[in-house]
Design a binder for this molecule. Structure first.
Ligand code: ADP
Ligand code: MG
Length: 200
């Protein structure tokens, strides 16, 4: 798995889906999720251009850039995902299946420490937590198989946010009116795992 390709692929998928993400956020938030993430990820891709870094440092650089260039809640949240994952990978020159599993677990823990969301709160955690668990369960079959299992679980987790009432983030201000909509951050988390599956 090439970490720079992962970020570039995530960025391209978010660019392609930015309008949909923004539409989802218009329904239960302030309509900026697609543009926020698109801006931050483009900046991350630029920051990585020409740099020859080990995978852990690639993710840490991308995460730092996301924190500084992405508006809204998703900047610090996705920044934490990438920085924690990068930190867990350390200075290793190659990413193996168990190493990436530990990195994804650290990323989830970081997001939950920061945002205090648990599964069922209708946030990106509803896609991230099952994806990490599915990755770990399939890690023995290799990185590509685990990434594909994670993508499947992330998609199902995101879909399952539709009937939920939001208990964290801007959507929680809507109370029961947040029911019946897909959470935008869960939808973008699916793209993070689609990108991982594509480059694995
Ligand atoms: P903002 O809500 O500041 O406009 P974005 O629109 O970029 O930020 O991102 C909204 C997404 O962030 C939500 O759909 C949700 O998935 C995620 N989110 C918001 N608050 C939290 C939280 N406390 N923990 C985890 N994810 C959260
Ligand atoms: Mg928003």
């Amino acid at each position: 798995m090439d970490a720079r390709e992962w970020i570039a692929c995530f960025s391209a998928l978010v660019t392609a889906d930015a309008e949909r993400l923004t539409r989802l956020d218009s329904a239960i938030g302030d309509g900026d999720h697609g543009s926020n993430l698109d801006r931050g990820l483009r900046a991350a891709v630029s920051a990585l251009e020409g740099a020859d870094l080990p995978p852990g440092k690639v993710l840490m650089t991308a995460g730092r850039t996301l924190v500084s260039k992405t508006g809204g809640a998703s900047g610090p949240l996705y920044g934490t995902v990438l920085r924690r994952a990068g930190k867990a990978l350390g200075d290793a020159s190659e990413v193996d299946a168990p190493g990436l599993g530990a990195a994804l677990r650290a990323a989830l823990e970081g997001v939950q420490e920061l945002g205090k969301a648990v599964e069922g709160d209708k946030t990106m955690v509803d896609a991230l937590a099952p994806a990490v668990a599915a990755y770990e369960a399939a890690a023995g079959d290799g990185l590509a198989a685990a990434a594909s299992a994670a993508l499947d679980a992330a998609s199902k987790g995101a879909e399952a946010t539709v009937p939920l009432q939001a208990r964290k983030g801007r959507a929680s201000y809507l109370g029961p009116r947040s029911v019946g909509h897909l959470d935008p951050g869960a939808a973008s988390t699916v793209l993070l795992f689609r990108a991982l599956a594509e480059v694995s």
